[in-house]
Design a protein around this ligand. Sequence first.
Ligand SMILES: *Cc1c(COP(=O)(O)O)cnc(C)c1O
Length: 366
Amino acid sequence: MIKFLDLKLLNSRFEAQFQDAYNRFIDSGYYILGNEVKTFQNAFAKYCGAKHCIGTGNGLDALVLIFQGYKTLGKLKEGDEVIVPANTYIASILSVIHTGLTPVFVEPDQETFNISLSQIKNAITSRTKAILTVHLYGQLADMQTINTIARENKLLVIEDAAQAHGAQNGEGIKAGNFGDAAGFSFYPSKNLGALGDGGAVTTNDEELATIISKLRNYGTSSKYVNDLIGYNSRLDELQASFLNVKLPMLDSDNLKRITLAKFYQASIKNSKIVLPKVNDNFSHVYHQFVLRLDTRNDFQSYLKSNQVETLIYYPIAPHKQKALIKYKMLDLPITVAIHNKVISIPMSPVLPQTDADKIVELINAY
Ligand SMILES: *Cc1c(COP(=O)(O)O)cnc(C)c1O
């Protein structure tokens, strides 16, 4: 069976370094917000080109803390509208709901899967206060245009960069440094993945960074002094030590993903299948390689019976989930069509070329 993503193989490359990091961690006797977290925060801020990085418990919390931080600063208030792509992972939308804000679902462009720029303009009302952009599947959204729209309408821009670590535009600006703040996830399967949960916020806004550093740690300014009604969502010290091992390999791993994607783009030839559209100006780090076809479910069974594992990101649109039942009447045909047609094929920096060859051969024979 060709696995969709062989995480064990992916991480086995770092095993000796993970052991060293673990020994360092045990020897330090320091388990929460220690040197490993500090080192990672500095390294990841520098990597993204942002002034600040604050480690969090996971990617959802990173986004929640951004919105809560802006509420604390008085830049957002209960009920303010936040524009979100309707075809994102549900976490993006939950972060808006959990902080008492109102998500406004906007259709994507069906070719790039990223938020439709014309639809953003139509969705703006006097209550709109922010845009939450998602670099879905690893492809940067058109941040230049989004930032222009945001400036014209005095909106905050928050990036959900959970799928786009290291994606950069032609000018070398990276995900995490395009908007007012960005949320990252280090869930194991992400392009930069820990061996458990982890997340981070990046921002150039010093005030926001200070507030989020407090909010993630019970709202404390110093031990047992609570300034704010905070949360417990700290990046774990041991996970930070593993991330310190993996961060230096992120660019070369992304390059391997891009190389595999180019191979797929050049070799998959089947009139039933639509390949992902890459906007040349906006870089793609291929968190997912996503095909579209009308007979998606049949295609998935076909590949499965031929020993190739695939996944569907995502099978049900957020507004069609039971949890978001109050949004079920929204008319979002492009989003629904995407959820019915997409399928992700194996994409990883450690997929053997012989496996990639076999995958292409099977797809072309379908
Ligand atoms: C993974 C992911 C998240 C949430 O990250 P967790 O660490 O699992 O909380 C948020 N948004 C998107 C787009 C994601 O892919």
